[in-house]
Design a protein around this ligand. Structure first.
Ligand code: ACM
Length: 763
């Protein structure tokens, strides 16, 4: 299908006067998110008036319901009567079924000055036509409402467009869940993945096991601050909540009315400590267990006994009755094998079943659950760990640790939903501004969510057909309130909606449409994060200068900047393009729109040193997820965040050493090297075991000029200095040794540690 890429042009502006002589102004706009596959702008507008009527053609009750809901919304805005007819008689605004439209979620819209015709082969397609109309509806002044004329032919790129919400780390009530379902519908997303059980709380009433909610839905306290803040402190307050089965039914119906399928997740075999607290006999060592008060991955998991399987089958008997969805999500992620290794029962079971290790035991667990759910007519979805030890025969994989799980599953002929942390985890920071509210870590700005391509390049056209779509995930360790939930979800969810729907994407067009869309979100009671006018910097170097390039996502603002320590105003210099820095400096900048400061002030300190802006090579590349600033970030004179390792300044090495060869351009006399390291043992980030520095006049002959043993420190960012022999050198080799394997008993025990390095400053 051909898509016209222009969005706002030509602007059709017409000035009229209403009977009350109030001026009205028609400006055609097409600010639709997700953007339709094909939209042809037309001249003119359809203006709602006293004679406007709507028709739900045909007898389909689903169509009649959505049309009457839409008419009600139009009435509440316009104060017009807008009667709805059903049957065969058409009307200026008509909705009808047209079986020739192939995609069951597709629709067409013809909007002219005289009529609006929406057609689709299903009520769902017409529902999406209505979402487009809701976004096209504009106010011309006073009580005059209109739709910009257009011809639209639309259908989604992917059949699965989802959002996940963890209501276990923090409980979010029915009203919040319904508000999110409204938003999914508004953005033409069709799946809500409801993560209902966890170590920190069991949130769904199960009649056969009342203690799951009496005991498992409440914890005696919650971790304060971030998991990385040591020592851990707890608030000591009882916290919890759950949904009754009546509430679940109510939400499922609410979602179905909006053409959204809810997929419940009941986590197994890991993330089950709340269930174990209620029924300790389900664990391997008898407990006692508490509903967990902190975050992370608990060692206390379901034991694969017949008691556990009987328990799970009874739980699923109730779950499948409550949720009409095709799928049940059974978790399967992050299941430590510690307790299974220690359990005589598990070891004997493995022998009896011919299972070679605990991964195969996990696979045995998942297969048993899958076969039960298949017998109930349900398909399972599991996180990508269920590939380990052998995938269950009919399982769909949710690829989260990266895209590799998705690739492996698609190649093996299994359906896949792509939801990698790198592009889909909305619990990650969305801005590197120091005022950002606490988040789990990482860095996932709006443009990165938008830039996601769900089909991995490694898949052939045939294999790619197994990719059903994509989903954003919201884990709520650090999201206790509705306000914070909105902040983390919006507008990144809008970007994901377009990834799942629109074939041909264009980020700057998206941002243009997002500016008015943000106001619509606010009118619906959503409190989105607005970083459109925050300044973002990209920093480069390598030839003896540090280049600072500034921009904001929204292009309708002007950036003013200073480098003399004063706060920028409209009288300050307009930012002219990349700034070359060759000395210690503080640069400040601010966006202005119509003379008013918009977005947050931006400031960057550059601390000049002998290697600043120099050339740098790395023997081992950092992990692609943690290297967005490139290797020059290590010597650009700029410190990364003191709280987070996900920004462009920090480089993360997974299990590897950081070995850097630095070219300072000319020979310089050395005295000291300074380093900054991140420490976050809960997130597997450890301080280095040793540091060694060698110097060379030519990059061939090296002499040792300084070293130190294990770096010590208890803060999140640990700074350390190494004295250097006072020699003259042009080249430096810096060898920073990774901590190695994380000790057993710690988070991530047995896995290689991460090493995070920020600035290497040479004096
Ligand atoms: C996950 O984020 N543990 C699936």
């Amino acid at each position: 299908m051909r898509r016209l890429t222009f969005l706002l042009l030509p602007l059709m502006v017409a000035l009229l006067f209403t009977c009350s002589n109030e001026p009205v102004e028609f400006t055609n706009n097409y600010n639709i998110i997700p953007f339709p596959q094909s939209l042809q702008e037309l001249e003119g507008q359809f203006v709602l008036n006293d004679n406007t009527t709507l028709a739900a053609l045909g007898a389909d009750e689903g169509v009649q319901r959505i049309v009457s809901d839409f008419a009600e919304e139009l009435r509440s805005k316009s104060d017009l009567e807008l009667p709805v007819s059903t049957g065969v008689l058409t009307a200026p605004i008509s909705f009808g079924l047209d079986p020739s439209i192939e995609n069951p979620e597709g629709y067409t819209l013809q909007i002219t000055a005289d009529e609006i015709q929406a057609r689709a082969s299903t009520a769902k397609g017409l529902f999406y036509a209505i979402q487009t109309l809701r976004q096209l509806l504009s106010n011309a002044g006073g009580d005059v409402w209109y739709f910009s004329a257009a011809t639209i032919a639309d259908a989604p790129r992917f059949p699965y467009r989802g959002m996940h919400l963890d209501v276990a780390r923090h409980f979010h009530p029915v009203e919040t869940v319904k508000a999110m379902i409204d938003q999914l519908a508004y953005h033409k997303m069709n799946t809500f993945h409801w993560h209902l059980t966890e170590d920190q709380g069991w949130r769904i009433e199960i009649k056969a096991f009342p203690k799951l909610t009496e005991v498992g839905a409440y914890r005696d306290g919650t971790l304060i601050g971030h998991y990385n803040d040591q020592p851990h402190q707890f608030d000591g307050k009882r916290y919890g909540g759950f949904y009754t089965q009546d509430q679940i039914r109510e939400v499922v119906q609410y979602a179905a009315d909006r053409h959204i399928e809810i997929i419940p997740e009941i986590e197994l075999p890991g993330h089950a400590q709340a269930a174990l607290a209620a029924y300790p006999e389900l664990g391997c060592d008898g407990g006692p267990y508490e509903v967990w008060q902190k975050w992370g991955v608990s060692d206390n998991v379901f034991c694969p006994t017949e008691t556990t399987f009987e328990f799970l089958e009874k739980v699923f008997d109730e779950v499948v009755e409550l949720f009409p969805s095709k799928y049940i999500h059974i978790g399967g992620d992050e299941c430590p094998k510690t307790k299974w290794k220690e359990s005589a029962f598990c070891q004997q079971l493995m022998q009896e079943e011919g299972l070679k290790d605990e991964y195969e035991l996990q696979s045995y667990f998942i297969r048993r659950v899958e076969s039960y759910l298949n017998s109930k007519g349900k398909q399972i979805i599991g996180w990508d760990e269920i590939l380990e030890g052998g995938i269950a025969p009919n399982a769909t994989i949710m690829s989260w640790r990266g895209i590799e799980g998705g690739i492996e599953a698609a190649k093996a002929g299994h359906d896949v939903i792509m939801t990698p942390t790198s592009h889909c985890y909305l619990d990650y920071y969305q801005s590197d501004h120091p005022d950002e509210p606490l988040a789990i870590g990482g860095f996932l700005p709006l443009e990165k969510v938008y830039g996601y391509e769900p089909i991995p390049a490694e898949l052939s056209e045939e294999e790619a057909k197994y990719v059903l779509g994509t989903q954003v995930n919201l884990w709520t360790e650090y999201i206790p309130t509705r306000e914070k939930l909105d902040y983390m979800l919006f507008p990144r969810l809008c970007a994901s909606a377009e990834v799942g729907w629109t074939e041909e994407r264009d980020f700057s067009g998206f941002v243009q449409r997002l500016i008015p869309h943000m106001t619509r979100l606010e009118e619906m009671g959503i409190q989105p994060a607005n970083h459109l006018y925050d300044i973002k910097s990209s920093i480069s170097g390598g030839s003896g200068i540090v280049q600072v390039d500034l921009q904001a996502l929204a292009k309708d603002a002007t950036i003013h900047y200073t480098a003399d320590g004063t706060v920028p105003t409209t009288a300050s210099d307009v930012y002219p393009g990349p700034l070359n820095v060759t000395n210690t400096a503080t640069i400040q900048a601010q966006c202005f729109l119509d003379g008013e400061a918009v977005g947050r002030p931006w400031q960057q300190q550059v601390n000049w040193h002998l290697a600043a802006g120099g050339g740098i090579n790395l023997v081992e590349e950092p992990h692609p997820k943690y290297s967005s600033g490139g290797r020059t970030a290590l010597i650009n004179g700029i410190n990364g965040s003191d709280d987070r390792y996900g920004d462009a300044e920090w480089l993360g090495f997974d299990g590897k050493d950081c070995v850097a060869i630095i070219n300072m351009g000319t020979a310089k006399t050395l005295s000291q090297a300074r380093f900054r390291f991140f420490k976050g043992e809960g997130q597997w980030i450890y301080l280095p075991k040793s540091i060694k520095i060698s110097a060379s006049p030519n990059g061939r002959m090296w002499v040792d000029v300084g070293q130190m043993g294990a770096v010590q420190g208890d803060t999140k960012v640990v700074s350390t200095a190494v004295s250097l022999q006072s020699v003259s050198a042009k080249f430096l080799k810096v060898e920073i040794e990774n901590y190695g394997i994380i000790p057993e008993g710690e988070q991530g025990g047995g896995n290689p540690a991460w090493l995070f390095v920020d600035e290497i400053s040479i004096y």
